[in-house]
Design a protein around this ligand. Structure first.
Ligand code: DP6
Length: 352
């Protein structure tokens, strides 16, 4: 291209927290999971990635990515897969309409900012890759749906495919070898169950010890519990969870969420050598949630933990004092945690 015009587009993407967990890859190259998963998308006002994608003949020659002002390596297979797939879609549009500018051959300059600690077990890679894929899709003016883009974002980071939607989202594991049916779909929009809330207890904002990517690969290779989880436990949890969401049945939602978290962390412990993501503060949070539910005489709070010690507690708005209030005062006496209350869902996924 002869001119040095800069083309650009921006977007934001939310974090999601799984209530049925993805843990295990059946194909590491295509990033295909061993089981389906479900998540709740959190409000963007508290946790989100903002990304601007630009391209120009004046840049380059390499593609670049800045995250919170630090240059990132974009040569990894996952980022490259996202760039390649998005460029191929743009290139198809350019071939069909020769009047379009040839953006697919220009170097990309991506700038991302998180408004929360990166890699602190707060699903930063999910929002990060969802925003990256959506920003480039916007730049390239691709007519792709969130589900189409989820297939690409999945290759950046599995959990990212679920951040293309707001509300309640399922990542269907799919069965095709090429991964074309391993995509995210909406279970219900945020407006379906607007009273859902989440409290994130930031036990530690440090980078996690064992990354999800390597942790789950060691689990698949060594855990005996893992196979049962993938084949029996998760399919049952998926069914119960989707039904609980559609029926707004908080008690079932909460029980499945907690049993899922426990099953996932049991599998981590059954990995050899074992992976410990929970710490003493995490376990104290579990006990406080149990006490809250006992005192209420029904299940009004649910805990879940990803690959780190930070707790996410789900509850309904009407129980905010009983849940968030009790947790803050009970755990506030312990060292090493900061409470942070956030609304559990956004009204939308990434900005189109
Ligand atoms: C425990 O999506 O970070 O948060 O695909 O290797 O990037 P990669 O893994 P990642 O794993 C998330 C694991 C989890 C559970 C979940 O979000 O479903």
């Amino acid at each position: 291209m002869s001119d040095n015009k800069i083309y650009q587009a921006s977007t934001t993407a939310p974090v999601n927290i799984a209530v049925v967990k993805y843990w295990g890859k059946r194909d590491a190259k295509l990033n295909l999971p061993t089981n389906s998963s479900v998540s709740v998308t959190l409000s963007q006002s508290d946790l989100r990635t903002h990304t601007t994608a630009a391209c120009s003949a004046a840049f380059g020659p390499e593609d670049t990515l800045l995250l919170n002002s630090s240059p990132q390596d974009v040569s990894g297979a996952r980022t490259q897969a996202c760039f390649r797939e998005l460029r191929a879609l743009r290139s198809a549009l350019e071939s069909a309409d020769p009047s379009l500018p040839k953006l697919s051959s220009l170097p990309l300059r991506i700038v991302s900012e998180n408004n929360f600690p990166t890699a602190a077990g707060l699903a930063s890679s999910a929002a990060g890759f969802a925003a990256l894929v959506r920003a480039i899709a916007n730049l390239y003016e691709l007519p792709s749906s969130p589900t189409d883009l989820s297939r690409i974002a999945r290759q950046g980071s599995g959990s990212a495919c679920r951040s293309l939607f707001g509300g309640y989202v399922a990542w269907q594991m799919g069965s095709k070898e090429d991964g074309s049916d391993s995509v995210a779909v909406e279970v219900a929009p945020a407006s379906h169950w607007p009273t859902m809330r989440a409290l994130i207890l930031v036990v530690s904002a440090e980078k996690k010890g064992v990354s999800s990517t390597s942790g789950m690969q060691i689990t698949v290779a060594t855990s005996e519990l893992f196979q049962r989880r993938a084949e029996v436990v998760v399919p049952a949890h998926m069914k119960a969870m989707e039904k609980a969401i559609l029926e707004k049945d908080f008690e079932t939602f909460a029980k499945v969420t907690m049993m899922e978290s426990n099953s996932f962390h049991a599998t981590c412990l059954d990995t050899f050598p074992p992976i410990f993501y929970l710490n003493d503060v995490s376990r104290a949070a579990i006990r406080v949630v149990e006490d809250i539910n006992k005192k209420a005489g029904k299940t009004i709070a649910a805990y879940t933990f990803d690959a780190g010690p930070n707790a996410v507690i789900y509850y309904e708005e009407e129980n905010a004092d009983a849940v968030a209030g009790t947790l803050k005062s009970a755990l506030g006496e312990l060292d090493g945690w900061q409470g942070r209350e956030i609304k559990a869902q956004s009204t939308e996924g990434v900005d189109a």
